[in-house]
Design a protein around this ligand. Sequence first.
Ligand code: SAJ
Length: 406
Amino acid sequence: MKKNICVIGLGYIGLPTACLISQFGYQVTGVDNNKDKLLMLSKNESPFFEPELDIFLSHAINSNSFNLSPSPVRSDIFIICVPTPFKKDKNSEFAPDTSYVKEAFRAIIPLLMPGNLVILESTCPVGTTEQLFQILQEERYDISKKIKFSYCPERVLPGKVFHELIENDRIVGGLTKESGRATKRFYKTFVKGEIHLTDSKTAEMAKLVENSFRDVNIAFANQLSIIADSAQIDVFELIKLSNKHPRVNILKPGAGVGGHCIAVDPWFLAYQNKHATLIKEARKINDLKPKWVLDKVRSSIRDFIKTYDYEPKVSCLGLAFKPNIDDFRHSPALDIYSKLSKADNIFAVEPFLKDQSSINSITFQDAIKTSDIIVTLVGHDLFKKSSLLKFSKQKLLLDFAGITKQ
Ligand code: SAJ
């Protein structure tokens, strides 16, 4: 008989996961408390863009192995994929908000049966899995010892989710050895990467460390871009050359670090931890980069007016939080454009934005033809290097995304 799996939270991770595993011999219930989203999904409409999601979703919806529900149902395996945002605490420090995780967990407690496996995939502060188990012990001591419970962080890159769900290694932190082994057996049914077993706290911290590592490295690149600019050196050329060293691999500077992971998770590690100075400093450097970009654009506009004696037409390329996706959460590019766009001579090119009426929209071709200043904020593939190089010969190109250097 097919095992029943309940995936709670049909967001950027939960939805692809639920659709994918419904093709691997499981009976899947996708749970979300957003009724509008459930309605959309039932009509085969993806709530966000992710390559291949429309194919996987339509396959799931048209199969007998996938149901949608506003609340969890009795299952063999429960996978929690709800968001963990952050909020400012009373000391103005960024504090992790685990309320959605706790809410999702409390919702499954009454449904749990001996032998069930619960897997937490949401990014969480260290110790969360143990805290949840304590809640279970308080509320249902009768079966708490018979429930297998693990932390297994998602590690997939938006834009490559389906590929990485299958190919990436996974880290499983079982609360007991038996929980870890059962979780590994489950992931092995659809993951080609290796599954590494550890305890829940190490798995929780590994997730935070991975994203903090990337944040610190991007901060290095962003700080270099400011230092190089003050020395009138092209930072992209500088990094390309430095990376020719066999043990150097500097990441790309940009308009800032956005999204819901790298810009958030390091705070989960740094929160109330006085030793996390490097991690906090990297966060500050990356958070300040959009302001630096904004100041540069504004001063270029002022210089242009001094030279040509008229307001330049400015076009910003890209508003998403990173290239080739339609995700605008914590987007530095969108923030920069919103601050600039008070004036009506500022335009934006963002083909990934569904509602173009919310911006002063212009096509890429028109932007190239008619703008006085082009500001690249996000390196979408469709912003062709060749067209931009043509533009740069005549007018002013502020290439913060390094499109002409790819
Ligand atoms: N960025 C740069 N320079 C770079 C790379 C990225 O400025 O060289 C910027 C991007 O433009 C974006 C931000 O950083 O604004 C984050 O983008 P990203 O592609 O680095 O990462 P995310 O947030 O899309 O996904 C990350 C991934 N983590 C790591 O690579 C360590 C992914 O594997 C995680 O699953 C995901 O966070 C998550 O959900 O935690």
